[in-house]
Design a protein around this ligand. Sequence first.
Ligand SMILES: NC(=O)c1ccc[n+]([C@@H]2O[C@H](COP(=O)([O-])OP(=O)(O)OC[C@H]3O[C@@H](n4cnc5c(N)ncnc54)[C@H](O)[C@@H]3O)[C@@H](O)[C@H]2O)c1
Length: 405
Amino acid sequence: MPTASNDPSPAPDHPANRPPTPLTGRRVRAAIVGIGAIGGGSHLPALAQLAEEGETEVVAAVDIDADAVKRFCAEHGIPHGYTDPDRMLAEQRPDLVSICTPPTLHRDQTIAALRAGAWVWCEKPPVPTLADFDAVEAEEGTETGGPYASIVFQHRFGSGSRHVRRLIAERTLGRPLVAHCQTTWYRDTAYYAVPWRGRWHTEGGGPAMGHGIHQMDLLLDLLGPWSEVRAMAGRLVHDVETEDVSTALVRFENGALATVVNSVLSPHEVSRIRIDCERATVELTHLYGHSNANWSITPAPATPDADAAAWRDFGADVPSSHLAQLRELVASMRAGQRPRSSGADGRTSLELIAALYKSAFTDTTVRRGEIGPGDPYYTAMHGGAPGWAPVPAQASAGTSEEIPA
Ligand SMILES: NC(=O)c1ccc[n+]([C@@H]2O[C@H](COP(=O)([O-])OP(=O)(O)OC[C@H]3O[C@@H](n4cnc5c(N)ncnc54)[C@H](O)[C@@H]3O)[C@@H](O)[C@H]2O)c1
């Protein structure tokens, strides 16, 4: 099994230097980078299902844990295992790379895959900052029909979100007016005892970034662009650098007003979206994924029964899942079209989170589009804010001369 990471550059006739071959009439050759919980538990099964349907084949897996990747490949019949993603890209030339590593690695691994001509399906949170996101987007093949980098936001996919997105977009339920978006989860002290948890550098943020991003992303997918946000953040329980709870008021371009709560302090755990439109209230209540049964639609008084029945017809049940998103991604690859959840469409929740932090830490209203190059929240979610940004002693692993007096 190839595992070395310091081989010389590939020779001119090496596969790395050949142009990508068209996908017509053949399977998409996929590789998984990071074979931990989500790589092994969600990406592999989704790729395996599409392999059964003749769409994909998993040609390689990569992890820094050489023994683990060897076992993983043997167990799942994956022909090539690596400890070095760059070597895998050079030797295997995959069409698609699943990035399932910790968030701080996403930027460089995604860029390397795009430069090798592979499309990328990168786990959330996409990258730690908006600057990182823009650096990734700049590497996409926008002039050439790919490759593109799509972010894993599986809650947007499936029959429930598709049906409700259409009802709202077509104004079937009237104007959307009021919304609630809730990620109220519970994480105990043991969860935060792991040294990389609760740190800006390793996690990119607290529950707004690591936990609530899925529901906020879905809210934005359903309601469209937001325009301004006012937020508060607290560090109420855990010994962390980041927040452990935040609340925000968000105004949407369509006029709707939303409250957004992201918490890891809530014993009764729930993920929830509620949207009150002129003609009906739409509610989604679940924890980590949803099917048609998790949605409800309550019509306003005097709504004709036939209308209510039509709104409540979600069609064949397709649960939200990695598989549902991957199906669309592979179809986009075959069509040479930008996939959903990439580019501006994949950036929306990251921008809302940057704005949420900026608003909370500066006690101001933040408008969409205002965080760009030169803004401290463009290059760090904590924005260098006193009381929130890592103090130098923590940031530099405790060099004694940097400990503040
Ligand atoms: N979409 C979802 O619902 C969902 C759920 C859980 C986690 N995630 C995301 O998936 C990502 C991974 O989370 P996880 O829970 O699987 O973590 P994990 O720790 O279980 O797995 C990460 C894997 O990456 C490997 N790795 C670390 N550095 C590497 C490197 N340089 N090259 C190759 N492999 C390397 C590790 O050895 C490990 O096997 C995170 O971004 C996380 O937020 C998404």
